[in-house]
Design a protein around this ligand. Structure first.
Ligand code: 5AD
Ligand code: SF4
Length: 450
């Protein structure tokens, strides 16, 4: 999963009449959560208009993440801050959505009296009822998980106002039960969305002028609908328009099949970027994590990627300090990072989640100072690897999809190349949503300049 900062948003385009109530949504965590918030906005669009001013809201929804303890602590802190608003505005309703709702269920009402209702990730169609019933006084909750819900007939309300790049959720849930991970418990079993509804959504996005879609799922490459594999679905999306870029996230290494790699290689408009979480470079640790692959298998898949697509960027997720991780295991993680030469990595300290297999079976025995030191070494190494990769791009020309105005200066724009690298370049006469060819002339570890 790729993480983004909490985002506040406004979508004035369905503000139809003044009497409508105002909804403020704040989203934490992975891209799936951001996509879900767009589904929630669609479910409530006949009753609420969106606002980006929390002080103005009649309803506040916090879409939450449970992946690590830190993510949950941040949300508890945010709820504390919102208490003052509730004191001022008696009719204000506050609802908590997403993984924390699923993990803690009604227990949350005790620690967080500000909440009027909570809804798990499969309960969003019930939001209008939960809101109406809790407005009458009693707190409400619905945390039922479903084996079918994919919100397939709901056209999400896109709040990404640059109108260039959209998430399209194609499957939900996870069956992998990596021992450290809470996701299979909070998001339930894997289920795929019908290809017809996915293609219809992409067609609408194309009609609305979007230029890039990211096909999303907890394990996007486990997608299966009758005989349609993820590779076939992605090919069908790529064939809709040569001007549409196709990305995907997140892949499990076990499902990164030859068929999928050959499909990515075959289509120019499928981006040459694969997020392939390795988690650890040590076979012992991988086994305890229940990742179901070995270091050797993973490296063979990386070789296959590079053979088929020498220009393909690879990023990863890494956990430092998993239960029983020795110094030697940690060195193996550093060495696999060097061997792959990742373009980018999301790096975390292991955080024990109650109810998971690792919490039940293993001891969280790596002292925090050791986890911190190992994480720092991993981050420092990734900094070097990103810089090496970016320096190799100096002098190369890339096709970039322009996404916005650079934060550094209004005279500069930014976009990403196929490899998902951010490139900043002078504005000239160019506009957001256009493709442009640029030649890289400088870089940092995080950004290319052209
Ligand atoms: N502790 C630390 N990191 C975790 N992740 C998942 N669960 C945990 C945990 N308990 C990381 C993994 C995963 C990413 C989304 O979050 O690296 O790929
Ligand atoms: Fe969690 Fe593993 Fe499923 Fe990813 S594949 S969501 S890390 S259980």
């Amino acid at each position: 999963m790729i993480y983004r900062k909490a985002l506040l948003y406004e979508a004035p385009f369905f503000c139809t009449f003044a009497a409508m109530k105002k909804l403020y949504i704040e989203t934490y965590g992975c891209q799936m959560n951001f996509a879900d918030s767009e589904v929630v906005a669609a479910i409530l669009k006949d009753q609420y208009t969106l606002t980006d001013d929390v002080h103005d809201a009649d309803l506040i929804l916090i879409n939450t993440c449970s992946i690590r303890d830190k993510a949950e602590q941040r949300i508890h802190k945010r709820l504390r801050e919102l208490e003052a608003l509730k004191k001022k505005h008696r009719a204000l309703q506050v609802g908590l959505l997403g993984c924390m709702a699923e993990r803690m269920k009604e227990e949350l009402f005790e620690t967080e009296p500000i909440l009027n209702f909570i809804a798990g990730p499969d309960a969003y169609r019930k939001l209008p009822e939960l809101i109406a019933q809790s407005a009458a006084g009693e707190t409400q909750f619905n945390v039922l998980l479903s084996e079918e819900e994919t919100y397939d007939n709901i056209m999400p309300v896109r709040y990404d106002l640059n109108g260039v790049s959209a998430f399209v959720s194609i499957m939900r849930g996870c069956n992998n039960f990596c021992t450290y991970c809470v996701v299979p418990y909070t998001r339930g079993r894997e289920r795929s969305r019908s290809p017809q509804t996915i293609l219809h959504e992409v067609e609408q996005l194309l009609n609305d002028g979007y230029k890039e879609v990211t096909l999303l799922g907890q394990n996007v490459n486990s997608y299966q609908w009758e005989d349609k594999t993820f590779a076939k679905l992605m090919a069908a999306v790529a064939e809709m328009s040569p001007d549409l870029r196709v990305r995907f996230a997140t892949s499990h290494p076990k499902d990164i099949s030859d068929e999928l790699l050959e499909t990515i290689a075959r289509y120019d408009n499928i981006c040459k970027y694969i997020h392939l979480p390795v988690q650890s470079g040590s076979n012992e640790v991988l086994k305890r994590m229940n990742r179901v692959y070995t270091r050797e298998y993973y490296l063979e898949r990386v070789r296959k990627i590079k053979d088929l697509m020498p220009d393909c960027a690879i990023s990863t997720d890494i956990i430092a300090g998993f239960c029983g991780e020795t110094e030697e295991d940690h060195q193996q993680t550093l060495s696999i990072m060097r061997e792959v030469g990742y373009e980018y990595a999301y790096m975390f300290k292991y955080s024990e989640r109650s109810g998971t297999m690792s919490a039940k079976r293993f001891k969280d025995d790596i002292p925090d100072e050791v986890k911190t030191r190992r994480l720092e070494e991993i981050i420092a190494l990734q900094g070097e690897l990103s810089l090496i990769s970016n320096k190799r791009d100096i002098g190369k020309t890339f096709r970039v999809l322009i996404e916005g105005v650079s934060k550094r200066s209004v005279d500069q724009l930014y976009g990403r190349n196929s490899q998902n690298k951010v490139i900043i370049f002078p504005k000239g006469d160019h506009k957001i949503g256009e493709y442009i060819e640029v030649t890289v002339n400088d870089c940092t570890a995080a950004t290319l300049f052209a």
